[in-house]
Design a protein around this ligand. Sequence first.
Ligand SMILES: NC(=O)C1=CN([C@@H]2O[C@H](COP(=O)(O)OP(=O)(O)OC[C@H]3O[C@@H](n4cnc5c(N)ncnc54)[C@H](O)[C@@H]3O)[C@@H](O)[C@H]2O)C=CC1
Ligand SMILES: O=C(O)CCC(=O)C(=O)O
Length: 418
Amino acid sequence: MAGYNPYENMLHVLDKAAEVLGCPRNDYEFVRYPERELTVSIPVTMDDGHVEVFSGYRVQHSTARGAAKGGIRFHPQSDENEVKALAAWMTIKNAIGNIPYGGAKGGIKVDPHKLSKRELERLTRMYVRRIYPIIGPDQDVPAPDVNTNGQIMAWIADEYAALSGKWQPGVVTGKPLEVGGSLGRNEATGRGLLFTLETWCEKNHREMKDLTMVVQGFGNVGSVGSLLMHKEGVKIIAVGDINGTWKNPNGLDIEAMYVYANSHGRSLKGYTEEGASFIPDSELFAQDVDVIFAAAMENQLNASTMEKVKAKLILEGANGPTDETADKYFEEHGIEVLPDVMSNVGGVVGSYFEWVQNRTGYYWTEDEYNARLQKKMREAYEGVYALKEKYHVTYRLASYMLALQRVMAAQKLRGFLG
Ligand SMILES: NC(=O)C1=CN([C@@H]2O[C@H](COP(=O)(O)OP(=O)(O)OC[C@H]3O[C@@H](n4cnc5c(N)ncnc54)[C@H](O)[C@@H]3O)[C@@H](O)[C@H]2O)C=CC1
Ligand SMILES: O=C(O)CCC(=O)C(=O)O
């Protein structure tokens, strides 16, 4: 959408959070700026011999609470402003998750679906060479995000090992099990969202089995989250991905969709189901359901889509799916938003668990991992909820308030200011 600047959106919420807390600008001015922004040019020899140069970014928004941490996305629309906002959201998210990290994010402006596997590997390795001086297990730890996966994380770990001369699996998370990954990480974001919805149900005296839902985005976050919620009885009547929107008023066969998408490169293209039909993408948010599970990209719920919404709850799996205008509209119309920085924190908490295992060399069972994840998700929710109740604010504002308090406390103790 023209004029949409996610970083500006983030700043407005941050300023409001500071205002409600009665926090003077001097005390948090440093959080309004990223500590470091790196733009790199990545030359790649394509399979036909010609050279293409891609733009890449790594933004470290904060290191006040520990090493910078956040995913890397490969997307044609990736740019400085997007990566900057995503990095700031990681600072907020990591503080809410109460894990010892600051916040960072990376991106490459590319459509990875147009690259061969060898081109993708060369692109990834060259990106690592370019950002090598600022990453490391105690410095900045990347992870998967949109259009990146375990294979790409394995190349990152390998390239880092080649450059540094030693294998350091804690330099990146979201790796496959064979190269230091953790049981549970692949499902962690979706499972964390399940825990968030469970806690919301508890607080609102609702049952998962009585909820109806639509889902936007059926990649790592959307597909795993949907599958786990479906197994708890949530009836999902429509799912949209980049290829279209499927609807079955009796409930889609989410298990079949999950298997299909995960054996077709996380894509639903070509999926068919008896009783399901296509509806226009623009009708997804207009469905008469209890919950919208937004798990695709930022800025999907905005001035042009918000008035269609009939659901009473937005569960944000994606980062930044609701813009400022829609957020205000939802608040005024009694539509609750469980915000990204609280609800999808399971991904990075799961990455933290992987990093801890890499550093101790002792690997947990999946049950141990999931139990710890559940505890962390509950603590994050309760921390936000306490402020929401105390100050009578939205979940989003309470989330920013909690994060701001924690980041400022770390900054103060360390004496960060010049
Ligand atoms: N992977 C992770 O651990 C985490 C991801 N996130 C966020 O969740 C969101 C999704 O990430 P992943 O699932 O990892 O990415 P992914 O690349 O696995 O999946 C993205 C999904 O969104 C769909 N999509 C993209 N543009 C769309 C559009 N305009 N309309 C409808 N569908 C569209 C794609 O078709 C795909 O199904 C992103 O905002 C990401 O930043 C947040 C926390 C952790
Ligand atoms: O696992 C991580 O380190 C970060 C995941 C991520 O990019 C996110 O939570 O948005």
